[in-house]
Design a protein around this ligand. Structure first.
Ligand SMILES: [Zn+2]
Length: 398
């Protein structure tokens, strides 16, 4: 790199203090050198030395302080027409320290294991998030005996997966509840306990509601002609609104979407889970006595919805005999809910409108949205709730 420092000439002429044309020439040489990088200095001085004649390397050294060996090397490089001298870099390739993943090949798998439980994303896009900041990951790696700077951690994360993005904390600033990390740790513990015991874990969420009928949908399908759809999305033109409720069986990696046709209410959510249990869960987990439900903090399975808790107790616990644990993800953290990176929305409804009616089929309940929740307040708090869990927003019903 250019130093920017102009050296004063140490030659005999300049040192004598006598006026001489060489004084200005030597000053300009040093001025130019201060703006050149390492290899440009070498080549420039080799040219100057050649111009001054035989044995001038010594004089050039006195003027500029650059070693004679360096000037000789510059001359050799010029003689070889600067072959093997890359135009875009100063040092030869191979210089510098080897990257950490070359020195410690295990570092990538260590980092992958560290971020695996905290990676989230959307099945509809390649974007992924990692919950911890680069600084936190760097500190955790340091505790594991790998001293890596946050930028290096970022580089390695990109190496793990080109599409991996680390979130910046501002985006979730509003959801930075003091118990947020406690809650995540609690969820991880519960998942580990249920996994070890082979008890079912489901991750649930309402997917995007869709109007049923000839409405424009995102995505495309292979066909000879585009399907004609309505210009406007007036709800009145629809056969109804589909309310898809997704249930993801974490241990068997199997997703199911139940589609309702009225409203996304707690009763509907619980009934969808009960139906999943009868359709699939019971067969998949014949010895199950417990069920872990991972859900967002809002919507029909909201942690504040008393009807959700009441209905879970009545249907899943009392009627089906399951001991149910519900873990809610903190507000704004729903992307960590496993279903969000496993089960996408439904887009196939257009074709299925024939099988879908605004009226519920006989025997199928409707879920009217009612302002007055017909559940008395004391019902909820009368339920046995794990104290530690309640503090961190988790309700355990037994
Ligand atoms: Zn001089």
């Amino acid at each position: 790199m250019a130093t920017g420092v102009v050296r004063s000439c140490q030659c005999a002429v300049c040192g004598s203090g006598v006026e001489h044309p060489d004084l200005e020439y030597h000053r300009q040489m040093n001025l130019l050198l201060s703006r050149l990088d390492e290899q440009q200095r070498r080549w420039y001085l080799a040219v100057e030395s050649q111009r001054l004649g035989h044995g001038a390397d010594r004089l050039v050294f006195e003027i500029t302080g650059v070693d004679e060996k360096t000037i000789r090397r510059g001359r050799e490089e010029l003689a070889a027409s600067l072959a093997n001298q890359p135009a875009d870099r100063i040092r030869q390739p191979g210089g510098g320290r080897p990257p950490v993943e070359k020195k410690t090949p295990l570092i990538l798998s260590t980092l992958a294991a560290l971020v695996a439980p905290e990676t989230a994303g959307d099945p509809m896009s390649t974007q992924k998030w990692v919950r911890s900041s680069l600084r936190t990951l760097s500190e955790r790696l340091k505790a594991a005996g790998h001293a890596l700077s946050p930028p290096t951690v970022g580089r390695l994360l990109r190496k793990l997966d080109d599409s991996l993005r680390v979130n910046s904390k501002q985006l979730e600033a509003r959801s930075n509840h003091p118990d947020r990390d406690v809650q995540f740790t609690h969820i991880d513990e519960q998942v580990a306990i249920f996994t070890a015991a082979g008890q079912p874990i489901i991750s649930v969420d309402t997917k995007k509601k869709e109007l049923i009928g000839d409405f424009k949908q995102a995505g495309c399908s292979w066909c000879l002609e585009p399907i004609a759809v309505n210009v406007h999305d007036f709800p009145g033109d629809s056969l109804g609104r589909a309310v898809p409720y997704g249930i993801y069986d974490v241990l068997n990696n199997r997703g199911t979407v139940y589609v309702g046709n009225s409203a996304d209410t707690p009763a509907f959510a619980v009934d969808a889970i009960a139906r999943w249990w009868k359709d699939q869960g019971r067969a998949a987990f014949p010895t199950a006595t417990q069920l872990l439900i991972l859900a967002d903090a809002g919507g029909s399975n909201s942690c504040r919805a008393r009807l959700w808790k009441e209905r879970l107790q009545a249907v899943l616990c009392d009627r089906l005999g399951l001991q149910v644990t519900v873990c809610h993800y903190p507000t704004g953290c729903s992307k960590w809910n496993p279903i969000l990176r496993r089960v996408g929305g439904i887009r196939i409804l257009l074709k299925e409108k024939g099988g879908f009616s605004r009226k519920s089929p006989p025997g199928q309940p409707t879920y009217p949205r009612s302002k007055a929740t017909p559940i008395a307040f004391h019902h909820v708090y009368a339920m046995p709730v794990d104290r530690r869990a309640r503090r961190s927003g988790v309700f355990r019903m037994v």
